[in-house]
Design a protein. Structure first.
Length: 180
């Protein structure tokens, strides 16, 4: 171990690895709907696109996701930072977060959960696997439709570093790759 480094509390380790942008997960079932802020997600497969995510059973969205078996993953830019934080700090079982934070929606094409209009990209997802839900609240979702605003294709996103700290995505750098 290098003498120039100090111990990091284990509770802060996830802030070093958090790879993807903070997203707004929207759920709906039988007239009830919710939106929650989520940063615990990961791409699992390219084709079909699979996303793994944690939605704690204490969240209203967990109930709606299990019942509706689908959701939308809405990718906000930094312009929506206040709504992102607001949705993460309130309870959907107590308030209508869409109305409270001015998030207009449109119907999705294949799932019941709504698309959030102000987000630059939206993914419609269906539950593909629930084997790890009982133990870890970990859902595997298949992306069944994807949408992007071509005017904001490279929108700056927020990335959660833990305990209220976020960083903004920087410029895109293109490097040589054998992947398509």
């Amino acid at each position: 171990m290098s003498r120039t480094k100090e111990a990091l509390p284990l509770a802060d380790a996830y802030g070093l690895l958090e790879p993807g942008p903070v997203v707004l997960l929207a759920t709906a079932h039988k007239g009830r709907r919710n939106v929650m802020t989520m940063s615990w997600h990961t791409m699992m497969e390219f084709e079909p696109p699979l996303v793994g995510c944690v939605v704690a059973r204490s969240h209203y969205s967990h109930e709606l996701l299990r019942a509706g078996r689908a959701c939308t993953i809405n990718i906000p830019s930094t312009a929506l930072a206040d709504a992102v934080v607001g949705c993460g700090n309130t309870l959907g079982s107590e308030i209508d977060k869409f109305a409270e934070f001015g998030l207009r929606t449109s119907p999705a094409s294949l799932v019941q959960a709504p698309l959030i209009d102000a987000c630059h990209a939206n993914l419609e997802c269906r539950i593909a696997d629930t084997k790890m839900v009982a133990s870890y609240d970990f859902f595997v979702l298949e992306v069944v439709a994807a949408w992007i605003d071509p005017r904001r294709r490279n929108a700056r996103t927020l990335h959660h570093r833990g305990w209220g700290a976020f960083m903004k995505a920087g410029p895109t750098v293109q490097l040589a790759s054998r992947m398509r």
